[in-house]
Write a protein that binds this ligand. Sequence first.
Ligand code: SF4
Ligand code: SF4
Length: 97
Amino acid sequence: MAENNEVELNCYEDLPDSPVTMGTSLVFKTGDWRTMRPLIDREKCKKCGICWKFCPDMAIREHDDYPEIDYDYCKGCGICANECPFDAIEMVEEESL
Ligand code: SF4
Ligand code: SF4
């Protein structure tokens, strides 16, 4: 390991024996990948929490009793929109915002 705590990998032999990560999942802001953005319509939302339950990135939290999406971590997979039984989540292209 270098003095600044960066790992130097110059050749195959430098690789560790087991997989490693350079931080927790909090470090990896998967929102960078997103091409589609979920938008919640509070008029349609029934606060059932199903979107929260299905989000694979735990990017949905509760705020004022409503689900709120953390766009730092939402990668735009659309599962929440597919699973919402009240059609309260719309997926829109990032460029159109
Ligand atoms: S699944 Fe739909 S209705 Fe239920 S909390 Fe999420 S957005 Fe609201
Ligand atoms: S689009 Fe995917 S990652 Fe983003 S909030 Fe919905 S389920 Fe979670």
